[in-house]
Design a protein around this ligand. Structure first.
Ligand code: FEO
Length: 400
């Protein structure tokens, strides 16, 4: 796709990747994605904001050639160094040997790593912070520190003359549409929310700090590095991200989530007893069948809870895949300091509880006991142990 002028002297110069179906190995991208790059042109010269993923270099350079010459490219702004944006960086610097790489302090070692230890381009790195600006001649670029959105290196770039914000992954979506503007593209609300949940959810505190800064800007457009360019109802956009970034509400009572996978109802029975024990001890308790619950709802519940009990039967010496999938998805939830324990039925070996407990410990939960195992059908004694486990979890409050 050829460049698109978004405002006088401000162009989209990215590439589309409509065939992509899985991003970063684990994130579904049913609508493809784009690697957005932008060129800002002033009287002195130009700046490119973000490069693209390495395989797309030829199309990217074709776009730049339509708008500038290598000699006129003064700066390559790297808001974030993940390879979907920096894969073509080194080749871009070879194309424009006079251009400086502009990045945050935290990004410097990452850029150095991308360029290679002995690369002559190392001398072209220019570190910037909020006090800095770049004058392109009649148009300037300023910088907003926004670390951990979603790497330590991340920053936003702001062009006051065009009222354009370049926040890299923040406000992004894996959605490919060559109509480019949000009001012309199809409905990508679900992709935008999914992007936030998968990429930014663990960094809500940092998101709120960045929003504090962005909300003061007289925005005309937001130019993320994936998905449509945003110009419609921007106050609503900011309000939506503010709401998504809020910490989970905490009730007066401790809260316990009990999530289980059960073949024949025995582990499910244990789950109900764990919840009953938690309630008897004064906590709120919610029970989820992992195989039936919406993943988003379950993650929201765990994020807002003080404690988690995970139950799985044992098959072939391990917990079952839905239980592992749940624990794997907890990488996007702040769980440090929450209490947790495992439980489950088994027939002859029963490794699920031990294996899940180990993983919960690795995720930095506080482990409340060694868990409860029951052979095939839980006995009255097993069920009493489940209630005791629920009561133990109910006594814990997660750090605020
Ligand atoms: Fe789109 Fe974190 O890279």
């Amino acid at each position: 796709m050829r460049p698109v002028e978004l405002a006088p002297g401000l162009f989209w110069t990215g590439v589309l990747d409509p065939q992509l179906r899985v991003f970063d190995v684990i994130i579904r991208a049913d609508s493809g994605t784009s690697y957005n790059s932008y060129l800002v042109r002033g009287e002195r010269g130009c700046a490119v904001i973000e490069a693209v993923k390495a395989p797309f270099l030829p199309a990217f350079l074709d776009n730049l050639r339509e708008l500038t010459t290598p000699e006129r490219l003064l700066y390559v702004v790297v808001n974030h160094t993940e390879p979907d944006h920096s894969g073509a960086l080194k080749a871009l610097l070879a194309w424009a040997p006079g251009a400086q790489v502009v990045c945050s302090r935290n990004a410097v070692p990452f850029v150095q790593g991308i360029l290679g230890p002995d690369a002559p381009e190392q001398g072209r790195i220019r570190m910037v912070g909020e006090a800095d600006s770049l004058d392109l001649g009649g148009v300037t670029l300023r910088f907003i520190e926004a670390p951990f959105l979603h790497w330590p290196d991340s920053m936003f770039t702001w062009c006051p003359e065009r009222k354009a914000l370049f926040p890299c992954d923040f406000f992004g979506s894996h959605y490919c549409d060559d109509r480019l503007w949000d009001d012309l593209a199809g409905d990508f609300a679900a992709e935008q929310r999914s992007y936030f949940d998968h990429i930014l959810r663990p960094f809500k505190e940092h998101a709120r700090k960045a929003l504090d800064k962005v909300e003061k800007l007289p925005l005309a457009m937001v130019c993320p590095s994936h998905g449509p360019v945003l110009r419609t109802s921007l106050p609503d956009l900011l309000a939506r991200y503010r709401a998504w970034s809020l910490p989970p509400a905490r009730g007066d009572k401790p809260s316990v989530v009990v999530a289980y996978a059960s073949s024949y109802g025995n582990t499910a029975r244990m789950a109900e007893e764990v919840a009953a024990g938690a309630r008897e001890a004064g906590a709120e308790a919610r029970v989820f069948d992992i195989t039936a619950a919406s993943p988003g709802e379950l993650l929201d519940a765990i994020e807002g809870a003080d404690a988690l009990a995970v139950g799985s039967l044992t098959i072939n010496g391990d917990a079952v895949k839905p239980a592992w999938d749940l624990l794997s998805s907890l990488a996007t939830v702040k769980v440090k300091g929450k209490a947790a324990a495992a439980f489950g039925c088994y027939a002859w070996s029963g490794e699920a509880v031990k294996n899940l407990s180990e993983r919960l410990r690795m995720l930095r939960f506080k482990i409340a006991g060694e868990g409860v195992r029951a052979r095939l059908v839980p006995t009255a004694e097993d069920l009493a142990a489940c209630r005791a486990l629920g009561a133990a979890l109910a006594s814990s409050r997660a750090p605020a």
